[in-house]
Design a protein around this ligand. Structure first.
Ligand code: CIR
Length: 256
């Protein structure tokens, strides 16, 4: 959770066509832009260098850069998003990672699909949730690509009806995660300390610990209080527009 860099991409006007499981209204671009600017400012406030990429009109979901790559200290791995409309986003991200990393590898199997939102990297392992976007072939290829870097992959289950594994959890520090009760009940965090989101605030589970700050979506006061009481420096960021597209704090950046 200590990072020197992040990559983020400004939302495009085409965000109105972004994927969503349930239509709860069209995201408003100017409000999304304001929330995004607050998000980037918070990352920069921690001392990190944030590369801010231009909007990509051709890809309505391109603001959710996390799904295009997995960034590790040893190198970056370009993903193969399982949503057909998002597959091309990975190739758009690759040159930027090649500029910042000495080693960049790629998921390339034609039947392999995997999105960054399904991957939680902790200090001891990489958890990958199989989901509608991430399949067994994608997980197997990731395992083979990170094996020589010494990483242990563990496959976990993304709850039914939840977009990504990390929609329901986030890493708070070396041994602590924030998770919904429904996800923690699967036992995937046995051995970690778990802080649960408050009942009815499941949408608060996707936060990021970024250096000294925990960035969380605004509007979940009970979960915020739990984090503050546990000693975290919490920054609330407006997320109403990203949430209409099933997006949250982790989706909006790559961190390394
Ligand atoms: C999608 O359905 O792909 C986007 N509308 C939301 C992606 C959110 N990304 C993430 O959780 N890492």
């Amino acid at each position: 959770f200590r990072f020197t860099h992040a990559i983020s991409r400004r939302p495009s006007a085409s965000i109105t066509d972004g994927l969503r499981a349930v239509d709860v209204g069209t995201p408003d671009l100017s409000l999304f832009e304001r929330h995004h600017a607050d998000y980037v400012a918070a990352l920069r406030e921690t001392g990190a260098e944030v590369v801010l990429l231009d909007p990509l009109e051709a890809y309505p979901d391109a603001v959710f850069v996390e799904d295009t790559a997995l960034c590790l200290p040893e190198g970056a791995i370009i993903m193969r998003p399982g949503a057909p409309s998002r597959l091309g986003e990975a190739a758009e991200m690759a040159p930027h990672l090649r500029q910042l990393y000495r080693e960049v590898r790629e998921i390339s199997g034609a039947d392999a699909y995997i999105e960054g939102g399904d991957i939680l990297t902790t200090e001891r392992e990489i958890l990958v949730g199989r989901s509608a976007r991430t399949n067994a072939a994608g997980i197997a290829e990731l395992q083979s690509l990170v094996a020589d870097w010494g990483y242990q992959l563990r496959e976990v289950i993304t709850p039914e009806g939840v977009l990504h594994f990390k929609t329901d959890c986030s890493l708070l520090d070396g041994q602590t995660v924030l998770a919904t009760e429904r996800l923690a009940a699967s036992g995937c965090f046995d051995g970690y300390a778990v802080i649960h989101t408050a009942p009815g605030e499941e949408a608060a589970a996707n936060t990021i610990r970024f250096n000294d700050l925990v960035l969380m979506p605004a509007g979940f006061p009970q979960t915020r209080d739990r984090l503050v009481q546990a000693g975290y420096a919490v920054r609330e960021i407006g997320n109403s527009e990203a949430a209409k597209l099933d997006g949250g704090m982790s989706c909006l950046s790559l961190r390394f």
